[in-house]
Design a protein around this ligand. Structure first.
Ligand SMILES: Nc1nc2c(ncn2[C@@H]2O[C@H](COP(=O)(O)OP(=O)(O)O)[C@@H](O)[C@H]2O)c(=O)[nH]1
Ligand SMILES: [Mg+2]
Ligand SMILES: [Zn+2]
Length: 319
């Protein structure tokens, strides 16, 4: 009999899995043939490993139940494709200067958070360069969704004091502590810089940049779980794309719970809830100016995504 050893998958590439033991030691393990199909073992998975009889090699015996999954739905196969497991915080990073802040992009990532059932937070970075963005509004529009937001400058990290929001660098660290987090955001918003500052200089993500070897079409990618002093970072190239083309337009309203609540009161059967449709629930209401601005900004994001996902014929949807 061999002992059962608990571990967590910190890196996977095809058949090889690196797993971290409770002692902190990283070992290589192979999976049994029937576990290699599809995505039955992914980064973040908690597993049980054992040493194979008469050898020094580890094998993965069991994958424990997942707390959460990061996935896309393959339209062709109507099947979930999981890329990471057990993430419990989705950090949506945006820049308030360059690249310009876009509500639509934040709302896209919130759709994923909702779909994956993972708590999202929004971090406004580059606040040292804040000029004409109405940050107070951008933060308040997220409150009814239960999404907390933070005002930081990764460049000035510990020295920057928030001027508009109540949450800054210190509060962000409190929320991250002990979590398994993923950072999402457009290129250039400061993800690498922020993570590096949060790691107290222990990780240089330019080296990781991230999970890539080689150039162009020969680039191989993998997913990784990187242990930082404050939190664990899941890094997965596949997650970064913000295309939502794998989401069925009919399922989208449920991923905008604030709009769904209004839409259920709309008396039209096939209403597109466009900005000027008279009689639609979005126009028959006594909302204050703030609520109007908030709801319609969300409705614009929603409409844009509906339009986008409706344009892709099912047969041509990518996996
Ligand atoms: N002014 C300012 N520049 C920043 C800040 N954070 C990152 N940058 C700069 O923005 C650029 C992109 O940052 P990077 O971390 O590579 O973004 P990533 O693509 O999201 O990983 C770099 O030149 C950073 O130095 C910030 O808080 N303030
Ligand atoms: Mg980067
Ligand atoms: Zn309507």
């Amino acid at each position: 009999m061999t002992d059962i050893i608990r571990a967590q998958v910190v890196r996977s590439s095809q058949r090889q899995f690196s797993c971290k033991l409770a002692t902190g030691e990283i070992i290589d393990a192979t999976a049994k043939g029937n576990q290699l199909k599809g995505d039955s073992i992914v980064v973040g998975d908690k597993v049980e490993v054992s040493i194979m009889d008469g050898s020094k090699d580890y094998q993965i015996d069991k994958v424990c139940e997942r707390e959460s999954e990061i996935f896309r739905v393959s339209v062709r196969e109507q099947k979930k494709k999981v890329t990471a497991a057990n993430c419990n915080l989705l950090v949506v990073l945006s820049s308030v200067s360059k690249p310009a802040f876009k509500q639509g992009i934040v709302d896209r990532f919130l759709v994923r958070a909702c779909q994956w059932g993972i708590r999202p937070i929004v971090v406004f970075n580059k606040c040292d360069q804040l000029e004409d963005l109405d940050l107070e509004f951008e933060s308040k529009r997220l409150e009814p969704l239960g999404v907390e937001s933070f005002e930081i400058s990764a460049l000035e990290a510990n020295d920057y004091r928030p001027r508009i929001l109540k949450n800054g660098w210190d509060e962000l660290q409190v929320v991250l502590k002990g979590r398994t987090a993923i950072f999402l955001g457009q290129s250039g918003v400061g993800k690498s810089r922020t993570i590096s500052a949060l790691s107290g200089g222990t990780v240089d993500l330019r080296i990781h940049e991230v999970g890539k070897v080689g150039k162009g079409s020969h680039t191989t990618t993998w997913s990784e779980l990187i242990e930082l002093p404050l939190f664990d970072l899941i890094d997965s190239p596949g997650i970064r794309s913000f295309s939502l083309e794998d989401i069925n337009p009919d399922d989208l309203l449920a991923l905008f719970p604030d709009l769904e609540e209004v839409a259920t009161r709309c008396k039209f059967n096939d209403c597109q809830h466009e900005e000027n449709s008279k009689g639609c629930a979005f126009h028959n209401n006594d909302w204050d100016e703030f609520t109007k601005r908030r709801i319609f900004s969300r409705l614009r994001s929603f409409s844009r995504i509906v339009e986008e996902v409706s344009q892709t014929p099912v047969w041509s949807k990518k996996l």
